[in-house]
Design a protein around this ligand. Structure first.
Ligand code: MTE
Length: 310
């Protein structure tokens, strides 16, 4: 695969301008302007590369949309319910068990994460399988850093993730809408890819409960249901994990779930997407293959029939 290059979305287009300007001053003062992922857009432009054409149509997604229009069935099935029920989900204490095919299984305490895995800002497109899209300035660290610490063996072909199961803190689990706990999985090379993130915050603030506090997965080239929230367990496996939505509706949701305008959902088209916050009369925009990250990830699927492995 070619050298990893973070996608070139100009931060000024995503973050509220005042917040971004302030942060830019801090970065300049620290002498790191042009060094970080946060400033990928600027460095690209500085090199004369300019922005990618498709980035021109990006609209900033304000914090209030990212945090009040959610899919998090553990906190309710309505789009506003996760924010309304956020107070149920207390996130301290919190630990993550890492097990399965690895040399050093163990437990991580949430309080130790900042020391072990310093965070950075990653501005990613996010595309739900329901055909809405947004752009999110995540705060997080590459999943690969966490996984390497536990020394996966050669038998580790996949990684399985589980969400907390606790109906008191996740009242949605009192209803049988999904088989609980929520489970997701990635192939090992997908999990180790530098774009794959563990997010602990957004817009420079700790992750709100409705967005998957205290930590969630973010896989920007896949439909949002792969980005599992409020993780308590990570397991290296030899077999492909049985991810929740696939178990529930295997004809509608696959394991791979790569964003693909050429493969429609059985009940709706995936060719276009609605941008959150753009208003009900706004035109939809075209869906991009791999959600705009084809250059970085298409190689992972070379030779695979993406209609079969949807
Ligand atoms: N993780 C858990 N545990 N439970 C869920 O219901 N919903 C998924 C994903 N992760 C979900 C989850 C879906 S369908 C989407 S689109 C994203 O979370 C939504 O993330 P957001 O609410 O932060 O936008």
């Amino acid at each position: 695969m070619s050298r990893f290059r973070p996608p070139s979305i100009p931060p000024s287009q995503i973050t509220d301008e005042t917040v971004w300007k302030k942060r830019r001053r801090i970065m300049q003062a620290a002498g790191v302007l042009g060094a970080g992922v946060l400033l990928a857009g600027i460095t690209e432009a500085g090199r004369g590369g300019g922005r990618k054409k498709e980035d021109d149509r990006l609209e900033p997604t304000p914090y209030r949309y990212i945090t009040t229009y959610n899919n998090f069935y553990e906190l309710g099935t309505g789009k506003r319910e996760p924010a309304e029920n956020a107070h149920y989900l207390t996130t301290r204490p919190w630990s993550i068990e890492v097990s399965g095919e690895c040399e050093k299984p163990g437990t991580l305490d949430i309080e130790d994460l900042p020391r072990l895995f310093p965070t950075e800002e990653r501005i990613y497109r996010f595309r739900c399988v329901e055909a809405w899209a947004m752009v999110v300035p995540w705060e997080g660290f590459p999943l690969s850093k966490l996984l390497k610490r536990f020394q996966p063996t050669s038998k580790a072909k996949y990684v399985e993730f589980r969400t907390l199961y606790d109906p008191e803190r996740m009242p949605g689990q009192k209803r049988n809408v999904l088989p609980w706990p929520y489970v997701e999985g990635l192939r090992m090379d997908e999990a180790m890819h530098p774009l794959t993130l563990i997010a602990t915050g957004l817009y420079g603030k700790p992750l709100p409960a409705q967005n998957g506090a205290p930590l969630r997965l973010v896989v920007p080239w896949k439909y949002g249901f792969k980005s599992i929230k409020s993780i308590v367990s990570i397991r290296f496996t030899e077999k492909q994990p049985r991810n929740t939505w696939h178990v529930l509706q295997p004809d509608e949701y696959g394991f791979y779930a790569n964003v693909n305008p050429a493969v429609d959902h059985p009940r709706w088209s995936q060719k276009r997407e609605r941008v959150l916050g753009s208003g009900i009369f706004a035109d939809k925009q075209p869906t991009l293959p791999f959600n705009g990250y084809a250059e970085q990830v298409a190689g992972l699927y070379r030779g695979m029939d993406l209609r079969k492995y949807f």
